[in-house]
Design a protein around this ligand. Structure first.
Ligand code: BV8
Ligand code: ZN
Length: 242
């Protein structure tokens, strides 16, 4: 079954440059808890206790326990139909790029190759001494250390930390030059990512939002598709499959 999109909007999607901005909600249907939902990550933990540099310097053990728990969760889940639909849209050259706020690897495991990860990757570590980055083999039982002796941290952007200037500039550039932006599963609360829909809109892009509830972004949307992404994205994809 298709999702009803007006003919001129479909033509715009087929001819124009389309990018997607994704948030934790796209991974919700895989079973990954979101940040602010009712079973959200922040419910069990206090954000100021965990995803900040000061929390890590004060209590690296607790921060690693949280990330290890999230990694356990991540290796136990698989990409859902929303991730696969976006990967298919990339293959069909309808979707040029995904800009993701997510630190999971579900887009990549679904086959997406063109992705900008604004907030880093939970399956990679970074050494706080020599900055060496590597993929984590398995969820650590204790604080992991680099061969240089330095303590390892998750290779993610914490609150109060700047995004990589290169990645941030590229994301802003993509938002300013796209014709269409699909916005999937984000509350639009976290900055500077939350600037991206405003930049796209200001430059005349068509905004299609997929979410289960209205968000701070919804007033900007040309289409608001209220359903779980794992249901709505395959129906959206069906518009491009003869
Ligand atoms: C920075 C990695 C400069 C860690 C994360 C203005 C400008 C710049 C900064 C700020 C600013 N205003 C405030 C700030 C500070 C801060 C910020 O934004 N705070 C917020 C809380 C107000 N920003 C920063 O600190 C950023 N740094 O700008 O540096 C600087 C330097 C020094 C001092 C000041 C500034 C860094 C932000 C990055 C933080 N790191 N992640 C980790 O994951 O452990 S952010 C974290 O939140 C995740 O990455 C997550 O993706 C992200 C955003 O949340 P969402 O993805 O939107 O998820 P959420 O749960 O909120 O929403 C889920 C949505 O899905 C909901 O809408 C729900 O309805 C929907 N949904 C649920 N189920 C489904 C669904 N949709 C579809 N289908 C479903 N089934
Ligand atoms: Zn090191």
């Amino acid at each position: 079954m298709k999702l009803r999109i007006a003919t001129d909007s479909l033509a715009r999607l087929k001819q124009g440059r389309t990018i997607a901005l994704t948030g934790a909600g796209i991974s919700a249907d895989s079973g990954m808890p979101t940040f602010r939902g009712n079973n959200g990550l922040w419910k069990k933990y206090r954000p100021e206790e965990l995803a900040t540099p000061s929390a890590f310097s004060q209590n690296p053990q607790l921060v690693w326990e949280w990330y290890s728990w999230r990694l356990e969760k991540l290796i136990s889940v698989v990409p859902n139909e929303a991730h696969f639909a976006l990967a298919q849209l990339e293959k069909m050259e309808i979707l040029e790029l995904i800009i993701s706020q997510n630190v999971d690897d579900l887009h990549e495991r679904a086959g997406t190759s063109k992705i900008l990860k604004l907030h880093g990757s939970i399956i990679h570590t970074k050494c706080i001494e020599c900055n060496k980055k590597e993929q984590i083999a398995k969820p650590p039982r204790a604080i992991p250390y680099c061969e240089c002796g330095g303590m390892l941290r998750p290779d993610v952007v914490w609150f109060g930390e700047s995004l990589s200037p290169k990645i941030q500039d590229e994301a802003f550039q993509e938002a300013a030059t796209c014709d269409n932006m699909l916005i999937i599963g984000t509350s639009g609360i976290v900055y500077p990512a939350a600037f991206l829909p405003n930049i796209a809109k200001k430059e005349g892009a068509m905004i299609i939002e997929f979410n289960v509830a209205p968000t701070a972004i919804t007033p900007l949307a040309d289409y608001f598709i209220a359903a779980p992404a794992a249901e709505s994205l395959p129906k959206f994809l069906a518009n491009f499959q003869s």
